[in-house]
Design a protein around this ligand. Structure first.
Ligand code: HEC
Length: 214
């Protein structure tokens, strides 16, 4: 008898699920049904900084609201009239180059190769067969050396043909740092003996017997 009543109660309760009712719901288990909500800019003691609004995690790449009209060359790699900028619109220091090298080796080298020759692991792996991806071009062509810096920036920010965009992962200053590093790679792979400072030029033959000095 008792189990029949229990069964009836369980069925009656279960039967209520999903049914429409105009009455206020009963909350036997409050759980997270009622959470306190905060207004924008409101204080909240729960967090150490006393703010209810949480900040984006460090390193978050901003995707909207960039001050593009104010500084189009820096943010878009284009001049105000839409032309690709010829040169990097920020100072290139040794620190910037080192950062560019680090970011390049993380994001680009897998396809374009550490030397920028297009022979990254994605292209050469799997017993030299690659993985069926569109070949990544080498940067060491007259055409790419002659391209404006904005062209390289644009490829990172928006992708180019079958190459996807790296705009979500790589911040604006890091994109320019990578551009600077690609320029360094291009210079290094197309260098002449004259690019080497005179005092150490005679050491060249040690490293590359094909270079003839006069
Ligand atoms: C997953 C592989 C892959 C990665 C990673 C990658 N690329 Fe590419 N990239 C390609 C391919 C493939 C092309 C050629 C696209 C086409 O022509 O369809 C290309 C083309 C380019 C071009 C244009 C070259 C030209 O001939 O005009 C530039 C510049 C470039 N990549 C720069 C970068 C930079 C900088 C990074 C790192 C932020 C990067 N790529 C990361 C695969 C990749």
């Amino acid at each position: 008898m008792r189990s029949t009543i229990l069964l009836a109660a369980v069925l009656a309760l279960a039967g209520c699920r999903g049914m429409h009712s105009d009455k206020a719901p009963i909350h036997p288990n409050l759980n997270m049904d009622f959470t306190e909500s905060f207004e924008p800019q409101e204080a909240n003691d729960f967090f150490e900084d006393g703010l209810a609004m949480r900040q984006p995690v460090p390193g978050t790449v901003k995707r909207t609201g960039l001050r593009t009209t104010e500084n189009a060359p820096y943010y878009l790699g284009r001049t105000a009239d839409g032309q690709l900028v010829p040169t990097i619109p920020m100072e290139v220091t040794e620190v910037v180059l080192a950062r560019g090298q680090e970011r390049y080796n993380i994001y680009c080298a897998v396809c374009h190769g550490e030397a920028g020759d297009g022979l990254g692991i994605i292209m050469t792996g799997n017993d030299g067969q690659g993985y069926g991806y569109t070949p990544a071009p080498s940067y060491h062509t007259d055409l790419l050396r002659a391209r404006p810096d904005g062209y390289l920036y644009d490829a990172i920010a928006n992708g180019i043909r079958s190459m996807p965009s790296y705009g979500h992962q790589v911040s604006v200053p890091d994109r320019w740092a990578i551009v600077a590093y690609i320029r360094a790679l291009q210079r290094s792979q197309n260098a002449t003996a004259e690019d080497v400072p005179e005092p150490i030029r005679d050491q060249l033959e040690t490293y590359n017997p094909n270079v003839t000095l006069d």
